[in-house]
Design a protein around this ligand. Sequence first.
Ligand code: GDG
Length: 472
Amino acid sequence: MSAQDKADLVIVANRLPVDRFRLPDGSHEWRRSPGGLVTALEPVMRSGDGAWIGWPGSPDDDLEPFVEDGMQLVPVHLSAQEVEEFYEGFSNGTLWPLYHDVVAKPEFHREWWDAYVTVNRRFAERVASVAAKGATVWVQDYQLQLVPQMLRDLRSDLSIGFYLHIPFPPAELFSQLPWRRQILEGLLGADLIGFQRTGAAANFVRLVRSRVGHKTHRDTITLPEGRVVRAAAFPISIDSAGFEELARSEGVTRRAEEIRRALGSPRKIFLGIDRLDYTKGIYARLKAFGELIRDGRLDVEDAVFVQVATPSRERVEQYRILRDDIDRLVGQINGDLGRIGRPAISYMHSSYPREEMAALYRAADIMVVTPYRDGMNLVAKEYVACRFENDGALVLSEFAGAADELKQAWLINPYDINGIKDALMAAFHSDAKEQTKRMRAMRKTIVEHDVAEWAASFLSCLEEADSLRGRA
Ligand code: GDG
């Protein structure tokens, strides 16, 4: 395949699935960025003439399309100001908090919106120039919600799918957005719109009915020109077998034992792994854990909380504030309650290779996932995938999409600190039989529904929608 070939399947995402590394001699090389989406889509992309369109990750790079690892990659250029206004601004300062239950206050700035429109148009134009006649285009996530309609205006021959990885809010919250109608109309350019949860799809259909006035029936919307759009749930998943294989490997097994020893075995290990994001409920869970020690229900000799917080969106103010808040809380809890060689919380603000993540999952007795709102939460699924011995306990927020499937977890309401404390204790005291019963059921779910199945079911639904369109 050459970088000039037209593609039959085009993936459009904010980021390309590769990172650009600068070598000591000043030249650059591309490295695959780890991520479920690439793993899921790679086989489909290789089997046909696939292309992936996205931003390479640093501003002002103006790069030509290139082929990497058998995939055609098409960079979209963003200026430093666009990174600020489109990416950090409208995507992460407006849409992200608005779509996550207004956990933080969304900011509405007209210049941010203008940049969002400009960048979405650039993406749409890039797709239009790369897609073969009648190609399938799959647009990903909240940064690109205007692309479907912009693309349809340019290329009515394409079959267009859209997938939202984050929640879609109820009408009462979405309606705050000054550009609510433009976003709904942007999305309606797609033939199929996928969401994580059925509730999100229902929120969208209801908004389209009330705000745009289109006819709807269950999960279908009929536009005035007769075109039909379907909005449905396709809960995303992980490469379950891949994670299990990694977890079983000798290196990871050895590293998990090492971690347990370093933490003072046989203490029970509580674990949290998140991007450092205010939606993830990191503060609430650490506070709950600290109180359990203060109350004497847990002792630092018996339990430790390992929290990995991966640096994220560090130029956005809300994220800086959160980082300071967590730093202070961890310092306070460890200062008040830790003993020599026995901190209550072992806190790492950094990111790790996949192997280390798998070793942490294997080392942990209790995985704690407490977002205030989360599209899915893959960390919860990864933990389950790594527990091939059917042990370990998952404490999971009912406000994560994953709670729809992982019903056997210890479910909590992250706003209820006493509830979190009780669930942490219940998980801490649960016996092997109880853990096995729950873990076995959850493992069955994620083995049956992995990310390959997710991609296949979305794409086959899109194909179905397309053949209906062809007949209309
Ligand atoms: C969005 C939605 C939805 C984290 N730290 C490291 C690392 N990770 C990996 C995890 C996991 C992924 O990042 C995080 O995924 P989540 O689903 O937990 O959360 P978001 O980043 O907010 O993702 C979410 C998802 O999209 C997919 O649709 O589930 O709801 O918000 O895979 O393992 N990976 C490595 N080192 C780290 O330090 N290697």
